[in-house]
Design a protein around this ligand. Structure first.
Ligand SMILES: NC(=O)c1ccc[n+]([C@@H]2O[C@H](COP(=O)([O-])OP(=O)(O)OC[C@H]3O[C@@H](n4cnc5c(N)ncnc54)[C@H](OP(=O)(O)O)[C@@H]3O)[C@@H](O)[C@H]2O)c1
Length: 238
């Protein structure tokens, strides 16, 4: 049994992943940037709650200290993410190439990319002390250059720039970390289009279906794949 941290686990895919891992007998730290939302979610699942805002150095460092003091970490699930642009311009939206500005790109990269690196960097020393360290980076099918460039597919039809670019960066980060830490299983996963707050519940899958590949990769053993990009059906093209 492992000890797992899931960022952004107070709802959506992160919450469902936490539920499944707790049910399987793992110790789970349910990460939430809001203490009250996190407390309620963790209580529901019998998980431990840790406050972690992936955009904040002090918050991430404090979370790492708490988990280190409690005994360490085997599995990190970098799940916290945003898809629309709200922080900077006061509205939620998806902006195509004609409208997108550097300012609009920033909040998505801040959470999805810089946040993921901030958290991974802070928890590396703990993971290195584990006998079977695992990192799962929750990417997206929209990170696939092959898919987004393939006419006639849903990925091709998606007009936004910031979100796919941020998740493509997550894929590259996954590959580079996997090469640097061959003792760890480090993979990117695409949960599939899942009904959550992220897409106004327009997603066509349930969170149970979406969390499937996240849970599978979180439970990867030392013989499992690393440096890969997977959905529930198998390997995806980069
Ligand atoms: N749903 C899909 O169709 C889909 C498809 C492909 C990939 N994904 C990816 O799956 C992951 C989970 O998304 P979801 O669909 O479950 O969305 P969600 O229900 O909106 O959950 C997102 C989670 O991330 C948290 N979060 C956002 N900014 C954060 C920050 N700065 N620090 C810590 N936590 C933060 C949110 O916390 P608050 O509640 O405090 O906002 C929430 O817990 C994301 O990385 C997303 O890109 C989703």
């Amino acid at each position: 049994m492992t000890t797992t941290l899931i960022t952004g686990a107070n709802k959506g895919l992160g919450f469902e992943t936490a539920r499944r891992l707790v049910a399987a007998g793992h110790t789970v730290y349910l990460g939430s940037r809001d203490a009250e939302r996190g407390r309620r979610a963790a209580e529901q699942l019998g998980a431990r709650m840790v406050v972690i805002d992936v955009t904040d150095d002090a918050s991430v460092a404090a979370a790492a200290k708490i988990i280190e003091a409690d005994g360490g970490l085997d599995v990190l699930v970098n799940n916290a993410g945003v898809a629309g642009i709200e922080a900077r311009i006061g509205e939620l939206g998806v902006f195509g190439a004609a409208e997108v500005t550097a300012d609009m790109m920033w909040p998505l990269f801040e959470t999805n990319v810089f946040g993921l690196v901030r958290v991974t960097h802070a928890f590396l020393p703990l993971l290195q002390r584990s006998t079977a360290p695992v990192v799962v980076n929750v990417s997206s099918g929209l990170a696939s250059l092959t898919r987004v460039a393939a006419p006639g597919t849903p990925a091709y039809a998606y007009p936004g720039v910031a979100y796919p670019a941020s998740k493509a960066a997550v894929n590259m980060i996954t590959v580079q970390y996997a090469k640097a830490f061959p003792n760890m299983r480090i993979n990117a996963v695409e949960p599939g289009y899942t009904a959550t707050d992220l897409n106004g519940h327009k997603g066509t899958q349930t969170v149970e279906e979406g969390a499937e590949v996240i849970v599978r990769m979180a439970e990867a053993d030392s013989d499992g794949p690393t440096g890969g990009y997977f959905d529930a059906a198998g390997t995806l093209p980069w």
